[in-house]
Design a protein around this ligand. Structure first.
Ligand SMILES: Cc1cc2nc3c(=O)[nH]c(=O)nc-3n(C[C@H](O)[C@H](O)[C@H](O)COP(=O)(O)OP(=O)(O)OC[C@H]3O[C@@H](n4cnc5c(N)ncnc54)[C@H](O)[C@@H]3O)c2cc1C
Length: 340
């Protein structure tokens, strides 16, 4: 290696040849895994692309976080978790921005993790690996761009998660963005929270595109049982931010006004490449399948893949921060008593 060697520079964590645990992804789950590893006396490398890639980074207020009766924003909670990890830097090397490129099982390691850090390819080893890369939401595309939605999302005028934010939609008129089975199911689910009205905006796409047979018939029946209206014109822009409302402009020049938007577009990236390369099993929705201790199951045999864990949103679960924390705790405690 030539030139600048970051692991020898003051202020940067020193990269070790191997660790007890290598944690891939430093969102809510990965940060908790790093902290817990340190508290149990283990070394860990925590490799993260950066907090702004966490799903919660743009969540302005989260109401289900224990200890925060007035809610807390995603980026403040991430900052608090990062501060906790920095306090245990004797045990945990927190490498960011670091992008993990591959994870391989080897005889010596048993896992070799290759990542790009400060423009250099680095490799380290872990006796066990925790995958905590999360998933990435698909954003509404308007005029070929995703940026137009962010100001509304940042002000919680457009929500993304029924379980996180459904309770904010009571008595509100809601525009649901999406057209496929996931969007229709989301529109149906929102009725649990008694919105004033629900309208599906399909943005020029056919409703229930890609669904057929029993699923389609069932969703059409459930839609017909509820007052869900439909608007299928192409969306060209959003307005209403000053009024703290969601106004949607359409290609035909019309504008429709709602109290809130709800993006039901599913995932843009399920981060499945690394778990797939390790032989992981996925469920029908594309999430990694684990046992109760968050050990990844092999697709070929259904047995546990030794030393490999998956936590947080990437794993089949409920995509919530308390669950990200709980799965991180389960994985590290299991690794502590089993492999370490
Ligand atoms: C708008 C919005 C509002 C939400 N509100 C709530 C709420 O109110 N309450 C609640 O409980 N949950 C909420 N959630 C869900 C919550 O954000 C997720 O459940 C949580 O972020 C999952 O944590 P995670 O660690 O699994 O993934 P993330 O927090 O998404 O973190 C994944 C991390 O992995 C890193 N990463 C990915 N790939 C790589 C790679 N190859 N190499 C290195 N690093 C990588 C990324 O940089 C990122 O930091 C909300 C989500 C959204 C989108």
């Amino acid at each position: 290696m030539t030139g600048f060697v970051p692991d020898e520079m003051p202020g940067f964590p020193r990269l070790q040849e191997s660790y007890d645990l290598v944690i891939v992804g430093g969102g809510h789950a990965g940060l908790q895994a790093g902290l817990k590893a340190a508290l149990l006396g283990h070394s860990a490398a925590l490799l993260d692309r950066g907090p702004k890639y966490s799903r919660s980074y743009y969540a302005p207020t989260m109401d289900n976080i224990p200890g925060f009766p007035d809610g807390i924003s995603g980026h403040k909670l991430l900052a608090a978790q990062i501060a906790a990890v920095r306090k245990v830097d004797r045990e945990v090397g927190y490498f960011t921005p670091a992008e993990v490129m591959s994870v391989e099982r080897t005889e010596a390691g048993p896992y070799a993790v290759a990542f790009d850090w400060l423009k250099q390819r680095r490799v380290t080893r872990g006796r066990a690996v925790i995958l905590a890369m999360g998933v990435v939401d698909r954003m509404p595309v308007v005029g070929g761009k995703i940026d137009p939605i962010f100001p509304w999302a940042n002000q919680a005028i457009v929500e993304f998660c029924v379980l996180c934010d459904g309770h904010t939609l009571s008595d509100r008129s809601v525009a649901v963005l999406g057209h496929d089975a996931f969007a229709v199911r989301s529109a149906i689910d929102l009725f649990h929270f008694r919105p004033a009205s629900v309208e599906l905006l399909t943005n020029g796409h056919p409703l229930l595109e890609g669904s057929g047979g029993a699923e389609r018939a069932d969703l059409e029946r459930q839609m017909a049982e509820r007052p869900i209206s439909l608007h299928d014109s192409e969306i060209v822009g959003f307005d209403g931010i000053r009024e703290h409302r969601f106004h949607v402009r359409f290609a035909d020049g019309s504008v429709r006004q709602y109290d809130k938007g709800f993006s039901a577009l599913g995932w843009y990236n399920m981060n499945s490449q690394i778990p797939r390369s390790l032989g992981a099993r996925f469920d029908d929705d594309g999430f990694v399948v684990t046992d109760e201790d968050c050990r990844v199951l092999s697709d070929a045999s259904g047995e546990v893949i030794p030393g490999l864990y998956c936590v947080g949103d990437l794993r089949n679960g409920w995509n919530q921060i308390p669950e990200a924390w709980a799965t991180a705790e389960r994985a590290v405690i299991h690794a502590y008593s089993w492999y370490l």
